[in-house]
Structure formats: C-alpha cells, structure tokens
Design a protein around this ligand. Structure first.
Ligand code: ZN
Length: 405
C-alpha cells in the first residue's frame, strides 16, 4: 500500500512540474463550427476551418455535426450560448424550432456568427436567418425574398427585379476590391487583391438590412458572370449580434485552392475575431495577396521562418522560387530596424554555413544578403567565394556589402 501511495505522490509531483512548464494558453474565445449536411465537401472544409481558427491563437474551436439527411433533427441541439462565435458550414435540412429559437436568442443577445460560403444557401424559409446573413442564394430564392444588391459603376444598387437568387460562373482567380479600408476586418488590407481560384457568388438577394458590403468583386461576363460588382464580404448586425458573411472558400474534396488562398484565410480569421469581439487584433500576414497576384498556403498554414529556410536550403534551380519569394516578402514586411534585419541575417547565415544546403539555395540567399546584410555576413561570404560554383554570387554580394573596397 505504502509503495503505491509513494508512486502516486511522485506521479502527482511530476504532473505539477509538467503543468508549470506548459506555456500559458492565450486562447480565450470559443468557436463552434456547425456542419453535417452540405452540398459541399463539409468533411474537408470543417476541419480546415477549425485549424484556421485555432491557428490565430485566439480560439478553441469545436465542431457540431447534425444528423445526416433524413435523420432525427430533433436530436440536434448545440448549446450556442457557450460560444463567442458560430461558424455556419451547413446547407441542409431545417433545424428544429427549438434549435432555431436558441440560435436567434444567441445572436440577439450579442453572439457572433460567420456565414461561410454555402452558409448563405441555407434555410431559405427562415426569416430571422435571412435577416442575419443579409443576402442569400439558391434554395428557390426569388424576388419574394428581397432585392438583389450589388455595385454598378460604384453606385450601390438595390434591384427588385424578378429572378432567381444565387449564381456563379466558372471557377477562376478574380480581383477583390476593398470597399471599407476603415472596417476592423479590412483595415490594412490592400485596396485590391487577387483571390485564389474560387466560385464568385453572384445575384444574391435578401433583406439586406443593417448590412455593409466591405468587399466586392467584378463578376466578369467572360467567365459567365453578371457584369456587376458583386458583394463578397459583408457585415450585418442583428440585435446585439455581429455577423460576418463570406461568400468565399468553395471546398474541394482535399480542400483546394479557394481554402488555400491567403486572402480567404486572412479574411476568415479576421472576420471570426470581429464577429466574436467587435475588434481585430491580428496582423496582416506578409504573404497576403496583392493586386499583382494571388498567394496560396498549400497546407493552410503560414510557414515559420525555419520551415521556409529549410525549403530554400533544398532548393533546386529547376523548381519554383515560391519559398524564396516568401522569404523576401517576409523580410520586407517584418524587418524595419537594423536589429530586426540582423535577426533575419543570422538565420540566413546559418543556411550559408550549412554543409547540407544546396548551392542553388545559397546563391539565392547571397543575393538577398547583398542588400539586407551587414558585416556579420562577410566571413562566411569570403569562405563561399572559395567555391568555384558560388564564387560569382559571393563576389557580387561582397561588392554590394563593401562598396568602398
Ligand atoms: Zn461552392
């Protein structure tokens, strides 16, 4: 008996030490992703959305799955009130009256909602839900459900003409226009950026009350679009609640380019924080797309500097320079002071010193160091200049770093 007691005591002691060593969790908000029925690959999108929310360090995210189509919807009663934001990745059968009223109460009392992609196809018959999302599509939505709302020549048009709600042309990359550079979600984002290959939702219609379109995109007739500037990102207030509506992010079976797009990821993460809190504390990432081109994260997450450098260290001239371009954007975006540049330089030097790194990779880094480096790099560059294959790149870097010599 005594022995067991001692073992337990030691074990408890170890646990205490272990717990004390754990970094304090900064996550303070709770998100719930509601899914289980969708005409889209919800089994791939919901875990990705969960990962994106948790990546911010702000959220812990749960997933609530409804019964499958034809199942007993009365058994689906998530406790919305436990959460700061509910993400709708759902397009399926109506919820029970009890669940619907609980959701309306939650939002009225200040709960946050994110309507993601086909979330705005859901519940065509549910009046309160359509007021929350502002605009919707498909589900036999017509003029009875509200006007079309879009921009034409920079004027906001409310168009009550008859016709179906919801449409999209071919999937393609398209330009998104920031319509409010002062809104917490879109503040700091460029005026225009290129969104990754996705569906461009068009002809949405709905009540559009208490709604602001914070980003739009031109739906090109050449892509079977409408020739209008269509709403892409919206904010809506309902009671005390905040709703962020993103039409973006059509999922493929393995995720796909729309979810890998840094523009989708960033606006989703910022929109979720805004819906939960009314503020956005996240920084704009260095790899956010620009008006010149799209930007993708193959694994849905931002590479760390170490991971990026590891890719560059294996670089082969026949391959894409994506990782090097990422490094360049990161340094230009994040380093402002001499000390910050030197922090990057020290990491680059480690790769230059490495025996495993390829000469192609080292050549790229020598080019980068030639403009952002300092005297710290001189010894290793001298060393590399002894190698036949790196001599030219090393001498070029030395000439730029020591222009007087
Ligand atoms: Zn879709």
């Amino acid at each position: 008996m005594k022995k067991i007691y001692l073992i337990l005591l030691v074990f408890a002691g170890l646990l205490t030490v272990f717990n004390a060593c754990q970094p304090k969790k900064s996550t303070s908000y709770k998100a719930l992703i509601v899914t289980g029925q969708n005409n889209h690959y919800w089994k791939s999108s919901s875990p990705i959305l969960q990962q994106l929310l948790e990546q911010t360090g702000l959220f812990t995210a749960d997933i609530a799955k409804s019964p499958e189509k034809g199942g007993d919807m009365n058994s689906f009663n998530p406790d919305f009130s436990k959460y700061n934001v509910i993400v709708i990745d759902y397009n399926g059968e109506s919820w029970s009256e009890k669940t619907k009223s609980a959701f309306v109460e939650y939002v009225k009392n200040g709960g946050g909602v994110v309507s993601y992609h086909a979330g705005d196809n859901s519940f065509p018959e549910w009046k309160e839900y359509n007021e929350m999302i502002g605009l919707g599509g498909w589900g036999d939505r017509t003029e009875k459900d509200g006007p079309y709302i879009y921009f034409k020549h920079d004027s906001l048009i409310t168009d009550s003409s008859a016709g179906r709600g919801g449409n999209h042309g071919k999937r393609h990359e398209f330009e998104i226009r920031n319509r409010n550079t002062e809104h917490p979600i879109t503040k700091g984002l460029p005026q225009r950026w290129v969104h990754g290959t996705d569906e461009l939702y068009a002809q949405l219609r709905g009540p559009g009350k208490n709604m602001e379109i914070i980003a739009s995109a031109y739906s090109d007739t050449a892509q079977n679009g409408t020739g209008r500037d269509e709403p892409i990102l919206m904010t809506i207030s309902y009671g005390k609640g905040r709703i962020f509506h993103s039409t973006l992010g059509h999922p493929d079976e393995d995720g796909g380019p729309a979810l890998q797009c840094v523009g989708f990821i960033t606006t989703f993460q910022r929109g979720a924080e805004w819906a939960a809190t009314g503020n956005v504390t996240q920084k704009i990432p260095y790899d956010f797309p620009t008006a010149a081109g799209s930007s993708y994260r193959p694994d849905f997450k931002e590479l760390t500097l170490q991971e990026d450098l590891a890719k560059i260290a294996q670089y082969d001239i026949s391959k894409s320079t994506k990782y090097f371009t990422d490094l360049q954007s990161r340094i230009r975006h994040e380093a402002k002071t001499a000390a910050e540049f030197q922090q990057f330089e020290k990491q680059l030097i480690k790769v230059l010193e490495s025996k495993e790194a390829t000469d192609d990779g080292k050549r790229l880094l020598l080019r980068e160091i030639s403009w952002m480096g300092s005297e710290l790099s001189i010894p290793i560059i001298h060393e590399l200049a002894k190698s036949e294959s790196l001599k030219d790149a090393a001498e070029y870097a030395l000439a730029r770093l020591q222009p007087t010599k």
